[in-house]
Write a protein that binds this ligand. Structure first.
Ligand code: AMP
Length: 114
């Protein structure tokens, strides 16, 4: 069994502030938010990052984007705007090695994130 942090959240071994769940995805609030709306959307299946996804994961990735869009609407940032980000590997400053997209909104973000 994986001791990956987000796999443990998926299995319910660690708590999370869950905002959405279906058969294949889980979304929860970031524990250290950098914006008023900061939600992470993850696949329940362990993928280390976007770099580890295969063609067979295309539907899963598409579903993640649509869930992010829906969560932006539910959290009231659709009109004001928001950002969707995924960090990959060391130079991408990825801290948790389980694929996740950040949904960031509720404040004016910098035009050119580093
Ligand atoms: P990244 O740099 O893209 O890998 O970001 C990982 C994110 O996971 C960071 O924004 C962390 O604040 C967040 N995070 C780490 N542990 C937890 C946790 N137990 N629950 C919710 N978010 C977490």
């Amino acid at each position: 069994m994986s001791d990956c942090l987000f796999c443990r959240i998926v299995r319910g071994e660690l708590p999370s502030d869950k905002v959405f769940e279906n058969e294949s995805l889980l979304a929860f609030r970031d524990i250290n938010p950098i914006a008023p709306v900061h939600i992470l959307v993850i696949p329940k299946k362990h993928l280390t990052s976007l770099a580890a996804a295969g063609r067979e994961d295309g539907a899963l990735l598409g579903e993640m984007l649509l869930v992010l869009r829906d969560l932006a609407e539910k959290n009231g940032v659709s009109e004001s705007g928001y950002r969707v980000v995924t960090n990959i590997g060391a130079d991408g400053a990825q801290q948790v090695n389980h694929l996740h997209f950040h949904l960031l909104g509720g404040r004016k973000l910098q035009a050119r994130p580093e």
